[in-house]
Write a protein that binds this ligand. Structure first.
Ligand code: GLN
Length: 545
């Protein structure tokens, strides 16, 4: 393996967009013909983000191989199209649990187990694992330099860089130049301090990516170079952009990828073709029109909790040359308030009920599904949103008046229930009712057969798909006849016919519920067909009103 490693750290403050910066660099290297892989090393103690609150930490991104990961992996996939794997995200919690398991097994042969070398070795092992012919592996270190938790990771990448040598490793540090309005100046001091902090753990960054809301004057650039011991051309201005999809083009114009290649002594004369990114940016900036989609969910206080969803809807817009305006609605506002539901939903062009967990707010989501069905507004139910639409149909039209999900307690009419066994390939997977919260879900890619003549069959243009899952409960196939009576068509099923994966209505312009998360696979350069089709339906709806 001759993979080169680029370690990306962040300083000054969090939320600097390190994830997007790493993704954009990945895309730029790809555009120059290199094979890339992106990884995230997260310093928190959770073993994985699966049990973290989406309103605190943002969405949990799921990979094909069923890993519950940090949302930055979603950015990586969207920008590079490279499907992430379990081996692309690790946390302190996982590192420690592996080290401790090894210690308990006696693998350390009685040695005193310590952060250096045992924990740092485990981190290095992770960074080096599961790579084959990649030209570059970009490792983003979560958190901010100076955090106590980051120390073992910084030490590990310092060691790794020493072992690989400069010709196979590079440190990029993302910082912030705050603009002080009263002085009318961008300040370089926080960047100097943050680099000093890195130097104190033995890391000399070679490239500084400086986030700023104003252009960085040349004098300031030289000053940063001087104080931080980097070349002036390696102080890359990373100015705010109007759309994240402009980041690759913008960073390229500032010479980011060129400096990276120069560091590795790779040719730079041949410029990358970024026309595909430019087209996307143009479409985002000057769409032909606009549609409004109501997203009726629960975690509407932190929009990062629906990151991939918001992106996938935007991709659907890009595919239709439309701007997609999102109206985030907390489903609880509809509960016991018919008038509010009508007021909030009557002017939207599509309704989407996304994934979710727990009973709170579900009656409001059911109300939203009913509104969409009755008023013929395009409806897209994703995972929980499909389950809510099924419950609504069963109650209103299927003769199952107490239809519910066993997620909310025991019931004699659990139209949505816990499946304790299913097939994955030839293997039988099982789960238990009271298992660990983090380990009982149907996770990752599963196959699904599409019904001939169905809407989804036409949308996908194929009869067999693979989509990613993250849920515990399933629509109960034993209610099939009641649900069909209620107008639902079972247009997608697991190959063994046991798990309903997609339901749709053929008495409605666009009403589709999917048990999986299509938003996880949508990319700006390849919008997901369901989102493209949903937005198209919303455009058609907007022409009716
Ligand atoms: N709470 C539901 C389940 O576990 C739906 C999960 C989701 O929407 N991701 O099945």
């Amino acid at each position: 393996m001759t993979t080169r490693f680029i370690f990306i750290t962040g300083g000054v403050v969090s939320s600097l967009g390190k994830g997007i910066a790493s993704s954009a660099l990945g895309a730029l290297l790809q555009a120059r013909g290199y094979k890339v892989r992106l990884r995230k090393l997260d310093p928190y103690l959770n073993v994985d983000p699966g049990t973290m609150s989406p309103t605190q930490h943002g969405e949990v991104f799921v990979t094909d191989d069923g890993a519950e990961t940090d949302l930055d992996l979603g950015h990586y996939e969207r920008f590079t199209g490279v499907a992430s794997r379990q081996s692309d995200n690790v946390t302190t919690g996982r590192i420690y649990s592996n080290v401790i398991a090894k210690e308990r097994r006696g693998d350390y042969l009685g040695a005193t187990v310590q952060v250096i070398p045992h924990v740092t070795d485990a981190i290095k092992e992770f960074a080096l694992s599961d790579l084959t012919d990649e030209d570059f592996c970009l490792c983003e270190i979560g958190g901010t330099v100076g955090d106590i938790e980051s120390l073992p990771f910084l030490e590990a990448i310092r060691q790794l860089s020493n072992e690989l040598g400069g010709e196979r490793s590079l440190f990029v540090h993302v910082t912030l130049l705050p603009y002080i309005r009263t002085a009318g100046e961008l300040k370089t001091k926080p960047t100097q301090h943050s680099v000093k902090e890195l130097l104190s753990v033995g890391i000399q960054p070679k490239i500084l990516l400086c986030r700023a809301e104003q252009p960085i004057p040349d004098g300031e650039r030289r000053k940063i170079a001087l104080f931080c011991n980097v070349k002036p051309e390696c102080v890359i201005p990373a100015l705010d952009v109007d759309t994240i999809y402009n980041v690759p083009v913008s960073y390229h114009e500032q010479g980011f990828d060129e400096q990276v290649l120069r560091h590795f002594d790779l040719p730079t004369a041949h410029k990358p073709d970024l026309s595909r990114w430019k087209t996307i940016v143009e479409r985002v900036r000057a769409p032909e029109g606009e549609v409004t989609i109501a997203v009726v969910g629960k975690y509407t206080t932190l929009l990062d909790s629906y990151k991939s969803l918001a992106e996938a809807l935007a991709h659907g817009g890009i595919a239709n040359n439309m701007r997609v305006k999102l109206k985030w609605i907390d489903s609880q506002v509809f509960e016991g308030n018919e008038a509010e539901a009508t007021r909030q939903l009557e002017d939207v062009n599509g309704i989407l009920v996304p994934g979710g967990f727990g009973e709170r707010g579900t009656e409001g989501k059911i109300r939203a599904a009913q509104f969409a069905r009755e008023k013929r507004v395009p409806y897209f139910g994703i995972c929980f949103g499909m389950q809510m639409a099924v419950i609504e149909a069963a109650r209103s039209l299927g003769g199952v008046p107490r239809a519910t999900s066993s997620e909310f307690g025991a019931s004699d009419q659990a139209v949505v229930g816990l499946m304790t066994e299913w097939l994955k390939g030839n293997r039988r997977e099982t789960r238990v009712t009271n298992g660990d919260l983090g380990g009982t879900m149907r996770l990752g890619a599963y196959p699904c057969d599409l019904l001939k003549g169905s809407k989804v069959r036409a949308i996908y243009g194929t009869d067999h798909i693979d989509e990613r899952h993250r849920h515990r409960y399933e629509v109960n196939i034993n209610y099939r006849s009641q649900l069909e009576k209620a107008g639902l068509v079972f247009s997608g099923l697991s190959p063994d016919g046991q798990l309903p994966e997609i339901v749709e209505r053929n008495d409605h312009p666009w009403f589709i519920g999917v048990q999986f998360h299509p938003e996880l696979k949508s990319k700006p350069l390849a919008p997901h067909p369901l989102f493209t089709s949903f937005i198209k339906a919303a455009v058609e709806q907007s022409r009716l009103v």
